[in-house]
Design a protein around this ligand. Sequence first.
Ligand SMILES: [Zn+2]
Length: 105
Amino acid sequence: MEKYKIKNLIHKMEDEKRSTLCCLLVKNIARKPIPKTETYLKYGFVITEHECQHCPRCNHILNAGPNYQPKCCSQCGQKLNFSGTRWKEDKELGFAKRGEAYESV
Ligand SMILES: [Zn+2]
């Protein structure tokens, strides 16, 4: 059992080494993602407000939603904690008029 081995190893460590290891582990503590609101054009003409979750370390956009949450950032490996994240539904703001500067997705 890999877990047992590691536990045993930590037990045998000197105090100094153990504290170094603890410092390394802190970086692996899950952090909450940062929500950001973005606007995109749905169907090419519906202005839609969409909330995206971003990595708190590298600002990489996370492929996360109410039904799927990654355990860590695919870009930098930062561990993520989605507990307490409120998932907002897309909000339709209106229809884009011809010539309006919205990028279609
Ligand atoms: Zn990241």
